[in-house]
Design a protein around this ligand. Sequence first.
Ligand code: ADP
Length: 250
Amino acid sequence: MILSFDQVSKQYSELETAIRQVSFEIEEGEFTALAGPSGSGKSTILNLAAGLDFPTSGTVTLLGQDLRALDKIGLSHLRCNQVGFVFQSYNLFPVLTALENVEYPLALKGVPPKERRKLAEKALEEAGCGTLGKRLPSELSGGQQQRVAIARAIVTTPKIVFADEPTANLDSKTAKMLLEVFKDLNTNKNITFLFSSHDPLVLETAERIIQVADGKVHEDPSNKQQPFIKGLGFRTPPQSLRSTLSYYHS
Ligand code: ADP
């Protein structure tokens, strides 16, 4: 298990309880969407999952660590090394080029400049924007900025990437292409993804959907993917193998 929420609530004020007693678990290798209308609590869940905010009650465990038990240094260490976050509004540094934006988390980790550049170029390539390294964010379209933000999130080879409405500001063609980038990284690099959306097109690509409504989660078990079967090369086993698998994995 890579992430767990155990009875997590977040109250912003006396009048505003964003999520109530939310519990769920994410296994390594999952490609899961948090679905729900605006204001239902999706961003709150992602922010709590990445330790960008803390619950009022309950426990968030990420990569085996109770996030509340970590101090600021421990948290940023965890984020720099094992977690990627794609913000809805990209959050690129305007004065840095695309390449420098992607190098940034590596610089924080103390990776030497030459290696940093090489890794950043590779990440830009993987996110489908290898030719854009020299441009400033203001010289990029929304879809291109989002790709750079994805490159920045994956450059450290994180175990898990959180993405808050990653396609909210994109046209449907660009959104589809970006999801293919996610899916590719999920399949080929075994990066776990948890992203939020209310766009049916995006939700179609998810292998598991956790519905969020009024700050609570409801999961339809029929939406749930077959458990990821490590090393066997598939998520949904062919019919012919199901009985063998249920023998070993029940
Ligand atoms: P979603 O991502 O599904 O749109 P959010 O998690 O952003 O939902 O918001 C859930 C609820 O919490 C909303 O009613 C929102 O107004 C409220 N909320 C979110 N962030 C804050 C905040 N920093 N302060 C006060 N209320 C907030």
